[in-house]
Design a protein around this ligand. Structure first.
Ligand code: MG
Length: 322
């Protein structure tokens, strides 16, 4: 593909692949651990270098990820790979630590070995979602996360803070920018090295994205400390991504094949598909290090395991039988 660069975009974007965790946890079909290991290995072969592989949430709540312990012990060794896992609370952290599959000291040495290098915690910008998802107020949830963050940092593990419902939620409607900024500042203060601005139900539009990022910058947050996590419910994910990149954000969350949705969103289309993102970035001449053909083949393979077609436009366009 010939590229036509635009001014004000980064030379390279870091894709934070969420398919194995955010994708599969929202798929009704249960995928076995052998297939997950192969999936992660194939994502690595395609060139992805940051993958959120699973969550140490209670298997009772999310049975799709009930094999987190075994999966962690079987992660493929891939040069330069960073593996992240979602940790909802101290019980989850204890489970993660008991697997022994950690690359501690990764931050200081830059030498990675097989195992998790990063954890992620999951906060909300909306009180109602916090109550429904975590059964806690926002401030109670942040108090719950503090010891998780402290213990992770003490062990050389870096922590990403997700903020869900940054733009709107199904109960409160539009979420005020100040609310999202307030939670972001608290997560950074707590020790998170990056915050992921989540549009969990896909209602963000480009101007809203631009204003939220500007408000964060006004409070001293650097774009290097931000990631964006868009959902394509209303077809806005790529427009929103482009605006975020033009402000200096360089980390974008996406899901191979568009895996996963959100149980609270109004359409089957959920996470921004990694292939759709890469197609746009290839056209803009922005490097990602990912081979799109290899990724499309992987997403087709996974779609067959799930018994459905991929919602990604690019996967559909580039593969005859998917
Ligand atoms: Mg998501």
């Amino acid at each position: 593909m010939k590229s036509y660069p635009l001014a004000c975009l980064p030379e390279r974007v870091e894709i934070y692949e969420v398919g194995p965790r955010d994708g599969l946890q929202n798929e009704p079909t249960r995928i076995d651990v052998d297939t997950k290991v192969e999936f992660i290995s194939r994502l690595g072969d395609a060139g992805l270098r940051t993958i959120e592989v699973t969550s140490f949430v209670s298997p009772r709540l999310i049975p799709q990820l009930g094999d987190a312990d075994e999966l962690l012990s079987r992660l493929p060794h891939i040069d330069g790979m960073r593996y992240a896992v979602l940790v909802p609370n101290e019980t989850g952290l204890d489970r993660l630590l008991s697997t022994g599959a950690l690359s501690t000291g990764a931050l200081s040495t830059g030498v990675l070995s097989t195992g998790a290098t990063d954890i992620a915690i999951f906060a909300s910008a909306s009180e109602t979602f916090s109550q429904r998802n975590l059964n806690k107020t926002i401030s109670e949830s942040l108090a719950m996360f503090q010891p998780v963050v402290d213990r992770a940092l003490a062990g050389g593990i870096s922590v990403r803070g997700y903020i869900s419902m940054c733009f709107g939620d199904p109960w409160e409607g539009t979420v005020q920018i100040e609310q999202a900024v307030d939670v972001a500042l608290q997560l950074l203060e707590m020790g998170c090295n990056k915050i992921s601005l989540g549009d969990t139900i896909g209602v963000a539009t480009p101007g809203h994205v631009s204003r939220l990022i500007a408000s964060l910058r006004d409070k001293g947050v650097q774009t290097a400390q931000m990631a964006v996590h868009f959902h394509d419910t209303y077809g806005q994910a790529l427009s929103n991504t482009l605006v975020a990149l033009s402000t200096g954000v360089v980390t974008v969350d996406s899901s191979a094949g568009g895996l996963g949705g959100c149980p609270y969103a109004k359409s089957a289309t959920g996470n921004l598909a990694t292939e759709d993102l890469i197609w746009m970035l290839n056209g803009l001449g922005v490097e990602t290090g990912v081979d799109i053909s290899s990724l499309v083949a992987t997403s087709c393979w996974m779609a067959k395991k799930l018994g459905r077609t991929s919602p990604s436009r690019v996967v559909q366009a580039l593969s005859a039988d998917c």
